[in-house]
Design a binder for this molecule. Structure first.
Ligand code: SF4
Ligand code: MG
Length: 283
């Protein structure tokens, strides 16, 4: 069985020292080993941004895709090779701005992949512009007077869109993050994990200290029930989405692959369409 070190390669990350993305890389490698994967059983598909580099830093199959498009590629990889464990990743700009349409539809489609968003609440690669996750009043080169748009709440959107697995973590909490990625990989459906990942170079507001002061770990909330969708939505709204942990999981709903006739039994190419020929002709 592979150890987490076997998911390392010789490529040296060029993230800034202290960037939260280092810990997310480590958590993916540990989670992959902990659930018993081998490097040739994992594919990491990324978008564009500082976070997008992650697919090159893990010893596994990888594809550094195009901006906002990690999810269509990742879903295609999974449907083409059902034996692979597929992780898609990207930043908040990548997944919640240009890629938001894909994100919503991937959530409701429920293909069995894991989506990890490295949420630093800014555009880092392009040297610091306001992102959909930046707070109101956030000043950057693109909003010198402070952002006047409301902050996107992706976890609330995910719940509304029919998500079956919603979690949030903080890059500094390697233990929680690793555990959530393991649970996400093992969940039979689309797992959405948002991770606060401080950009130490351009975001001087949402710093490590700021997150430590504002995060509420669900482990500290007695009787929190992650199977209660309404309760999850209420808790997100009450806390400004600052909770970390497993927020919601629905194990009842079948994943996309399980709803395709014969998908589990035979190579897809040899299977009939889900609709019979006469049904198809009569559409
Ligand atoms: Fe990380 Fe920010 Fe540096 Fe990008 S610019 S590598 S997000 S610290
Ligand atoms: Mg970002």
């Amino acid at each position: 069985m592979a150890t987490f070190k076997e998911f390392r390669n010789n490529v040296k990350p060029n993230w800034c020292p202290g960037c939260g993305d280092f810990s997310i890389q480590a958590a993916i490698q540990r989670a992959a080993a902990n659930v018993g994967l081998e490097p040739d059983g994992l594919a990491v598909i990324s978008g564009i941004g500082c976070s997008g580099r992650i697919s090159g830093y893990i010893n596994a199959y990888g594809l550094h895709g195009i901006h906002g498009r990690s999810l269509p590629i990742a879903q295609g990889v999974k449907l083409a090779n059902r034996d692979l464990t597929v992780i898609a990743s990207g930043g908040d700009g990548d997944g919640f701005a240009i890629g938001m349409g894909h994100t919503i539809h991937a959530i409701r489609r429920n293909v069995n992949i894991t989506y990890i968003v490295m949420d630093n609440q800014i555009y880092g690669l392009t040297k610091g512009q306001t992102s959909p996750r930046s707070g109101e009043g956030f000043k950057t080169k693109s909003t010198p007077e402070g952002s006047i748009e409301s902050t996107l709440a992706p976890l609330e959107i995910a719940l509304s869109a029919g998500a079956t697995f919603v979690a949030q973590s903080f890059s500094s909490d390697l233990k929680q993050l690793t555990s959530l990625i393991e649970q996400g990989i093992q969940h039979e459906g689309f797992s959405f994990i948002n991770v606060f990942s401080p950009c130490v170079t351009f975001n001087k507001v949402n710093t490590y200290d700021w997150f430590k002061e504002n995060i509420i770990n669900l482990d500290t909330i007695p009787d929190y029930d992650p199977t209660n969708r309404l309760g999850a939505m209420t808790k997100l709204m009450e806390t400004g989405s600052m909770i970390t942990g497993l927020i919601y999981q629905n194990k009842e709903r079948k994943c996309y692959e399980d709803l395709i006739h014969g998908f589990r039994q035979e190579p897809l190419a040899s299977q009939p369409l889900a609709l019979s020929e006469s049904e198809f002709d009569n559409l």
